[in-house]
Design a protein around this ligand. Structure first.
Ligand SMILES: NC(=O)c1ccc[n+]([C@@H]2O[C@H](COP(=O)([O-])OP(=O)(O)OC[C@H]3O[C@@H](n4cnc5c(N)ncnc54)[C@H](OP(=O)(O)O)[C@@H]3O)[C@@H](O)[C@H]2O)c1
Length: 341
């Protein structure tokens, strides 16, 4: 650990060659809050598939290497820029996003932070503004899910996927989930009605056999599954929400929609949507609060790793070897199995 007050540990992505070029540095300058920003002492940083995409330079609008990696965290407000309007008291713990989250300190814009749910730790609160908000927006705001409808959730054992399965079940949907075979028990335990391997060659046929067609698809895999998504979505009424492309981007054309498939294809990027429809996003946060109160959305249980293991965690995420949410604790050096603080 650095002894210099103004230096800190951080993970820096050195190139766009992926997680292997993510390196730990002990002398990263501690950031200074810019206009409207808080300085956050990071308690836990969330690891997301978008971190993998950024490390490969395929996240559009993402940072250019070298850059301070990570963008989701929760932690304590330790300073605020002088122009922050009605600032939260120093010492308040918040969750939010900002550049350079895989570090001991980062800045977050004051307009985007949320105080932690009452009684939740930093680590337990990760995922609120990413995994859960995305899953809820995809299912409800975009997907208009109704009780009794069938929804297909890809990567259902993952961070977004687990939230989506819980929420879809809560809203009365029949859940057809996909995950790698080693993760099937996890997804079943969340209440999914059927769990399939997204890599099986007859995926679309099997889903059609089970359902006769699905009302909603949460499409996060992209190239490898989009054809199956188009095949299984009910003609005209079926919605496909594009929220990710973990296997790369799929191509489709007006010809597909005009002559072969008649699904409604809708795109979702949670932060772009929040900026474009702030009132709807606010309603979504109120709904998430209610879901927390009802116990539908329980405190998160991320697997917590030291910062130094960040590159390994990203590699495992890229290779589809992770299950659930993973987090980095920049103040823990060896075993971080307990919730920090
Ligand atoms: N639009 C938004 O605003 C938004 C916000 C948050 C996340 N996302 C997206 O949501 C998705 C999930 O994110 P996450 O952070 O929670 O990650 P995650 O689901 O924990 O991990 C990604 C999972 O995708 C599956 N996968 C990866 N590569 C694949 C491939 N080539 N073929 C088939 N399946 C593959 C694997 O699951 P299995 O091996 O179990 O199938 C892998 O575990 C990502 O696509 C991410 O970009 C979007």
């Amino acid at each position: 650990m650095s002894t210099d007050e103004q230096l800190m540990q951080a993970l820096v992505q050195q190139s766009h060659q992926g997680p292997r070029d993510l390196t730990l540095t002990t002398n990263q300058p501690r950031p200074v809050p810019g206009p409207g920003e808080y300085l956050i002492r990071v308690g836990a940083a969330g690891v997301n598939f978008a971190d993998v995409m950024q490390s490969r330079g395929v996240y559009e609008g993402g940072p250019q290497a070298p850059y301070a990696a990570g963008f989701e965290a929760s932690g304590e407000i330790v300073a605020a820029a002088p122009d922050v309007d009605s600032p939260l008291p120093l010492g308040t713990h918040v969750v939010g996003v900002g550049a350079g989250a895989f570090a001991q300190y980062m800045t977050m814009h004051s307009a985007g932070v949320l105080p932690l749910p009452s009684g939740w730790s930093d680590a337990e609160s990760l995922g609120l503004v990413l995994n859960w908000a995305t899953a809820l927006a995809a299912l409800r705001s975009m997907g208009e899910i109704k009780p009794g409808q069938a929804v297909l959730v890809y990567a259902a054992a993952g961070g977004v996927g687990q939230a989506a399965v819980r929420l879809a079940r809560h809203y009365g949907a029949r859940v057809i989930a996909t995950a790698s075979p080693t993760k099937h028990a996890t997804v079943k335990a969340l209440g999914a009605d059927e769990v399939l391997d997204s890599r099986r060659p007859d995926l679309a046929e099997e889903i059609l056999r089970l359902t006769g067609g699905v009302d909603l698809v949460l499409e996060s895999v992209g190239e490898a599954t989009f054809g199956a998504s188009m095949t299984v979505a009910k003609p005209f009424t079926g919605r496909i929400i594009i929220l990710g492309a973990a296997s790369g981007h799929a191509e489709f054309s007006t010809r597909d929609l005009l002559f072969t498939h008649y699904a409604q294809v809708r795109g979702l990027h949670i932060f772009k949507w929040a900026a474009a429809a702030p009132a709807a996003f606010k309603e979504l946060l109120v709904e998430l609060d209610a879901l927390i109160d009802q116990g539908v959305y329980p405190p998160g249980t991320p697997q917590i790793h030291p910062l130094a293991l960040g590159p390994d965690v990203l590699r495992q995420l890229e290779e589809g070897r992770t299950s659930g949410k993973h987090a980095l604790d920049p103040w823990c050096w060896t075993s971080c199995s307990d919730v920090p603080e």
